[in-house]
Design a protein around this ligand. Structure first.
Ligand code: ATP
Length: 350
């Protein structure tokens, strides 16, 4: 078991792209940690830098008590599963899983017995003699995980581990991965661009943008209190409402309604009101608008209101309370659910 310490790490590609930019991060021993962010934000590069597949141009990577910054991948005690599983197509599952041990010249019986033990833990015993081409996507993913686990590493690094699975298999694999990681207590870092996956799986999440961490926190913290409008926009299956507002006489005025009291802010200050669609309630004193779109989400419906000045406000309502198009509605945030961001730089105001 091992914590991972990333201190002031920058990773630069030969073409000059600084994909990881002076980043600090500590992943605790036994933690399931997500690197989340939009395409190109540097998640994979950071993972590869931890693995030693990309050299850190600056800073240090420590795993457990060892500074591994200058060590080659094989000496770092990490196992990595890539997005495409990278199973060898001409080898059986047993040979694939035993491969890392073969490279280390472990005896044949040890290779086979380790493969059997890990495969049994991953419900792959029946499939040991098949080749990757004879497996489903989910089985291939489990085989790749089994191979990573056969290395008996301190740290498991996963790049988009569930990306090739359909919705149902993805849910199954998610539960499986979480249980396995918990049972093994293996320090695990996984990369995803899927915020729902990060929220569901991770103990903590680093939301990245342009090679840096924008917010670090538990799924609840990142969901409930995004530290800026970038994170607010990125997290949540239905995007957070972010509405232009202004302070007048100690109140936030937004789309013709008086919302929160803000005695500490000067009149004329520009703010952005942030409130999730799930936290808006019907209230005649709130923001008024006409129902312009209704989308069925299953148990709930997402209703979009067109408000004064053209602002669009979304809220979820129970499916049976779906309003008619064109109807006028007024809404306000549930207590404690309204967030205020600075208009000039989008940071969360207390
Ligand atoms: P995605 O979700 O699309 O995989 P990511 O967040 O994992 O994205 P990276 O793959 O780490 O992002 O890429 C970060 C930046 O580095 C991007 O601007 C990308 O174009 C650049 N980059 C990645 N690999 C290389 C490379 N081998 N050479 C040059 N630039 C690269």
């Amino acid at each position: 078991m091992a914590a991972i310490d990333i201190a002031g790490v920058s990773t630069t590609y030969p073409n000059g792209v600084r994909a990881v930019d002076g980043l600090d991060l500590r992943v605790a021993d036994g933690e399931l940690f997500a690197l989340l962010g939009p395409s190109g934000c540097g998640k994979t590069t950071l993972l590869r830098t931890i693995a030693g597949l990309e050299p850190a141009a600056e800073g240090s990577v420590t795993i457990g008590s060892r500074d591994v910054t200058r060590l080659p991948p094989g000496a770092r005690g990490v196992a990595m599963v890539f997005q495409d599983y990278a199973l060898f197509p001409h080898m059986t599952v047993a040979e694939n899983v035993g491969y890392p041990l073969r490279v280390r010249r472990a005896p044949r019986e040890v290779q086979r017995s380790t493969a059997e033990r890990v495969a049994s833990g991953l419900s792959l015993s029946e499939l040991l003699d098949r080749r990757p081409g004879q497996l489903s996507g989910g089985q291939q993913q489990r085989a790749a995980l089994a191979r990573a686990l056969a290395v008996e590493a301190d740290v498991l690094l996963l790049d988009e581990p569930l990306s090739n699975l359909d919705a149902r298999l993805r849910l199954e694999a998610r539960t499986f991965l979480k249980r396995l990681q918990h049972d093994l207590g293996l320090t695990t870092v996984f990369v995803t661009h899927d915020q729902a996956e990060a929220l569901a799986l991770a103990d903590r999440i680093a939301v990245m943008e342009a090679g840096r961490v924008r917010q670090l926190g538990t799924p609840r913290e990142v969901f409930q209190r995004p530290s800026d409008t970038f994170v607010a926009n990125f997290i949540g299956s239905t995007p957070m409402n972010l509405l232009d507002a202004v302070v007048r006489d100690g109140h936030v005025e937004c789309a013709g309604a008086r919302l929160a009291r803000v005695p500490h802010l000067a009149s004329g200050t520009g703010v952005i009101v942030g409130v999730r669609p799930e936290y808006l309630r019907v209230d005649e004193h709130g923001i008024t608008g006409r129902v312009s779109i209704v989308e069925n989400l299953g148990v709930t419906s997402l209703v979009t209101l067109e408000c004064a000045g053209g602002a669009l406000v979304s809220l979820t309502v129970p499916e049976q309370d779906e309003p008619a198009l064109g109807r006028s509605m007024a809404v306000t945030a549930a207590p404690g659910r309204l967030l205020l961001y600075a208009a000039e730089d989008g940071r969360l105001l207390d």
